[in-house]
Design a protein around this ligand. Structure first.
Ligand SMILES: [Zn+2]
Length: 139
C-alpha cells in the first residue's frame, strides 16, 4: 500500500442512493438524463469512512432507473474500479444501522448490477488495463 492509498483508505465501498434518501451529502450524482456530476472529491469523508456515495436522481420505490443512468453508473464504476481495485458495491439499505430505509429503492436493479460487477466489470477493467499495457509497446 503506498502513501496515497493509505490516505484514501485501501478499501472503498460505493454506496448507491436515490432521490428519496434522508441523507444529503454524496460524492457523485447521476441525473435523470444520465449526466454525471462529481460533487465532492472521493477522499472527503461524507457518511461512512471509505464509502463513496452515489445518488441517482429518481424515486426508485415507484419508478424504474433509466437506462442512460445505468450506463452512466457503469462507466463511473469502471473508473472507480481502476482507481480503487478493491472497491465494492452496495446499496444504502445494506448498511448496518440503516436497515429501515429502502434506499436506493425497491425497484433499483441491485441484483443485476451486482452480477454485472462480478463479471462484466472485471472484463471491462481488464480490457482497459490491456490497452494501457499494450500502448507502452506500440512504436
Ligand atoms: Zn440513501
Amino acid at each position: 500500500m503506498d502513501k496515497r492509498e493509505r490516505r484514501l483508505g485501501a478499501k472503498k465501498f460505493v454506496l448507491l442512493h436515490h432521490s428519496n434518501c434522508y441523507r444529503d451529502s454524496f460524492h457523485y450524482r447521476i441525473d435523470a438524463d444520465g449526466t454525471l456530476v462529481h460533487l465532492t472529491p472521493d477522499d472527503v469523508r461524507s457518511q461512512h469512512p471509505n464509502a463513496i456515495g452515489v445518488q441517482l436522481i429518481g424515486n426508485f420505490d415507484h419508478e424504474s432507473v433509466k437506462p442512460v443512468q445505468i450506463q452512466a453508473l457503469k462507466r463511473l464504476l469502471l473508473e472507480l474500479k481502476l482507481r480503487y481495485p478493491a472497491v465494492e458495491l452496495g446499496g444504502h439499505r445494506q448498511v448496518r444501522g440503516d436497515k429501515t430505509t429502502t434506499c436506493p429503492g425497491r425497484r433499483f436493479p441491485m441484483r443485476a448490477l451486482h452480477e454485472w460487477a462480478a463479471s462484466n466489470l472485471l472484463d471491462e477493467r481488464d480490457d482497459v488495463l490491456r490497452d494501457v499495457i499494450e500502448s507502452q509497446y506500440r512504436p
